[in-house]
Design a protein around this ligand. Structure first.
Ligand SMILES: [Zn+2]
Ligand SMILES: [Zn+2]
Length: 543
C-alpha cells in the first residue's frame, strides 16, 4: 500500500464520520492524519508501530490503524461505515468538489443517493434554486459528474453523440471510406466505446493524424481516447473492397453476420444493400442488427420516424419545475412544427418540484383556454403528471381528475420496493379510470439507478386490459419503457407515446432519443399515438 492510499483511507474515514455527525475531535484527528501521512517521505508500510508513533500527529490509535491497513489492506472502522452507507453516497463523497455538507443536504432535501440521481437533478435545474447551491455550483457539479461517468467506461448514447460526429468529420478528411459502427450505429442507449470502420491498408495515416490520446495500433483495430473527453474509441480496419463486409460484421449480431456470410461467402466490392439481397434477406437497419432473431425476419416493418410525430406530450412549465412559462413553451413547440402540446406539470405531492395544488390547476386551465383562443393551427392539451402514491392512488380528488384532457401517472417517491409491491402499485394506478398513460414505468436512470423491479408482462397486460397507453420517456437518462418490451406491448395492442419529458425548450428535442429506441423495439407510426392529430390522440386514450 502506498502512502497516498493509506492517507486516502483516513480522509474517507473522516468524511464518512462527518457524514454521520460523529464527535468533531475524532473527525479532526483523522483528517489531520490524512494531511500528515500524505507528506511523510519514508514508506509507511515498512514502519514499525513505534516508528509510526514518532510521526508528529500520529498517536496510538492512528498508528494501529495504519498497521491494520498495511497488513490486511483494510481498516475495520472504515469498513463499518462503508457497510452502512449506500454505495451511491460513498461515490458522491468521492467526487471532487462535492464535500460532506453538500452531499448531506442533497440527500436530505432532494433524496439524492447517487451520482446519477444528482446528474438528473442538475439537468432538471433542481440545484439552481437550492439554498447554498445556485446556478454556477450546479454547472460545476454537472461537469464533475460528466467526468465521473466517463471514467466508469460506460457512456450514454446522447453523451457521446458530439464526439462521434466530430470524429467522423475528422476521419472523413483523411479516409475516403469511413462509417460509424458498433453499438453507436445500433443506437444502443448505453455503450462502452465509439466504433468506426475505415478502409485502409494500415493505420499509418491515423497515427500521423494524432486524433486520439493513448493511441494503440492492434493490427485489425486501432484504439484510443477522445482528446477532449477521454471517451474510448475503436477503429476497425477494412481491407480494400471489404468495407461493407466489415461494417456489416461490426454492426451486427454474430448470428446475423454468420448467416449473411454463409449465403454470400465472397463480399468483395459489394455494398451492404447488395450483400443483403444476395443473402436473401431484407435490408436490416442498423438499429435492429443486434436484435435477437432478426436474421429470420422476412420483412422489416415501416418504423416510426421523428418526422411522424405531431404532438409534444409530457412537458413541464414553470408552473412546476420547468424553466419557461407555458406560453413561451407552447410558442416554441408550435414554431418547431408540432400541432399540439400536452402540458403535464407535476401534481401536488411533488412538493420538491413545486407540484400543483388544485387551485393552481384551475389557474393553469384558465390560461390554457385563453392561449388556445389565439391559436388556429395549434392547441395545448390539459394534462398532468400525477404522482402515483404509495398505495397506487392518484394525487387529486375525482372532481379535479375528471377535468384533465389526459393524465400521465408516474412514480416519483418510495422507489425502493419489491417487485411484487411495485407491480401492484402500478397496476392499481393503471386500473384507475382517470389514468390515460403510464409514465416512465421503472423509474430507472441509465448508468445511475436501476429503477424498481417490475413484472413488465403483468404491467403491459394491465395496460392492455384498461386501455392505458405507455410512454417511452425520451430523456436519454431514462429511455423507459425499455425497448426490449415494446414488441410485447405492440402484440397486446397497447398504444405507445414517445415523450420528451421536457423541462425547457431544449428538452423538447430529447424526443429523438425516444424515437431511436422506439425503432429498436419495432414501433410503427400507427402504434404511436402522438403521431396522430390532437383529436385522434385524445380519442385513442378515451375509454
Ligand atoms: Zn416524472
Ligand atoms: Zn415529467
Amino acid at each position: 500500500m502506498t502512502n497516498k492510499e493509506i492517507a486516502n483511507a483516513f480522509s474517507q474515514l473522516a468524511e464518512l464520520m462527518e457524514f454521520y455527525e460523529e464527535e468533531s475531535f475524532k473527525i479532526r484527528s483523522y483528517s489531520n492524519a490524512y494531511r500528515v501521512l500524505r507528506s511523510v517521505d519514508s514508506q509507511l508500510s515498512e514502519m514499525s508501530l513505534n516508528e509510526l508513533k514518532e510521526i508528529k500527529g500520529v498517536g496510538d490509535a492512528i498508528a494501529n490503524k495504519i498497521l491494520e491497513l498495511t497488513k490486511n489492506g483494510r481498516m475495520r472502522l472504515l469498513d463499518t461505515y462503508l457497510e452502512k452507507t449506500p454505495s451511491g453516497i460513498v461515490a458522491l463523497l468521492g467526487i471532487k468538489g462535492m464535500g460532506v455538507k453538500k452531499v448531506q443536504q442533497l440527500w436530505k432535501d432532494l433524496g439524492i443517493e447517487s451520482p446519477g440521481e444528482l446528474l438528473y437533478a442538475c439537468n432538471e435545474n433542481r440545484l439552481a434554486e437550492l439554498k447554498g447551491f445556485g446556478e454556477k455550483t450546479q454547472q460545476n457539479i454537472k461537469e464533475q459528474l460528466e467526468y465521473y461517468f466517463q471514467s466508469l467506461e460506460k457512456y450514454r448514447w446522447a453523451s457521446v453523440e458530439k464526439e462521434a460526429d466530430d470524429l467522423l468529420d475528422d476521419l472523413s478528411d483523411i479516409f475516403e471510406k469511413v462509417s460509424l459502427s458498433g453499438a453507436f450505429k445500433q443506437l444502443n442507449p448505453v455503450l462502452d466505446a465509439i466504433e468506426f470502420v475505415i478502409e485502409t491498408d494500415d493505420f499509418t495515416k491515423l497515427t500521423e493524424a494524432a486524433l486520439l490520446n493513448e493511441a494503440l495500433d492492434r493490427g485489425a483495430i486501432f484504439e484510443g481516447r477522445c482528446k477532449s473527453s477521454g471517451v474510448k474509441v475503436k477503429i476497425h480496419k477494412a481491407e480494400k473492397g471489404l468495407f461493407a463486409q466489415k461494417l456489416l460484421q461490426t454492426s451486427s449480431s454474430e448470428e446475423l453476420f454468420n448467416l449473411v456470410k454463409s449465403n454470400v461467402p465472397d463480399c468483395k466490392n459489394l455494398d451492404e444493400k447488395t450483400i443483403f439481397e444476395q443473402a436473401g434477406l431484407p435490408f436490416i437497419p442498423y438499429e435492429l442488427r443486434d436484435m435477437p432473431g432478426v436474421e429470420s425476419f422476412k420483412e422489416i416493418p415501416e418504423l416510426v420516424k421523428l418526422s411522424d410525430v405531431k404532438g409534444i406530450i409530457h412537458a413541464h412549465s414553470d408552473y412546476s419545475d420547468g424553466q419557461t412559462s407555458l406560453k413561451v413553451l407552447a410558442d416554441y413547440v408550435r414554431s418547431c412544427g408540432y400541432t399540439y402540446l400536452g402540458i403535464t406539470d407535476h401534481s401536488q405531492s411533488a412538493f420538491y418540484a413545486n407540484g400543483l395544488k388544485p387551485e393552481r390547476v384551475l389557474k393553469q386551465w384558465e390560461e390554457i383556454e385563453l392561449l388556445n383562443k389565439d391559436f388556429e393551427d395549434f392547441s395545448i392539451l390539459k394534462g398532468i403528471e400525477s404522482d402515483i402514491k404509495n398505495d397506487g392512488e392518484l394525487d387529486y380528488e375525482d372532481e379535479i381528475l375528471k377535468g384533465f384532457d389526459f393524465i400521465i401517472a408516474s412514480v416519483h417517491s418510495n422507489l425502493k420496493m419489491t417487485e411484487e409491491k411495485a407491480t401492484a402499485r402500478l397496476i392499481k394506478a393503471i386500473e384507475n379510470p382517470y389514468t390515460s398513460m403510464l409514465g416512465h414505468p421503472t423509474g430507472r436512470l441509465l448508468l445511475a439507478r436501476p429503477g424498481y423491479p417490475i413484472n413488465h408482462k403483468k404491467v403491459i397486460d394491465a395496460c392492455a386490459a384498461n386501455k392505458v397507453a405507455i410512454e417511452i420517456n425520451a430523456n436519454p437518462l431514462r429511455l423507459d419503457l425499455d425497448y426490449a418490451f415494446l414488441p410485447y406491448a405492440i402484440e397486446k395492442g397497447v398504444k405507445i407515446s414517445i415523450n420528451p419529458d421536457a423541462h425547457s425548450k431544449d428538452g423538447v428535442h430529447d424526443l429523438r432519443y425516444g424515437v431511436q429506441v422506439a425503432r429498436k423495439g419495432l414501433l410503427r407510426a400507427d402504434n404511436c399515438i402522438n403521431t396522430f392529430s390532437a383529436n385522434d390522440f385524445l380519442t385513442a386514450l378515451k375509454k
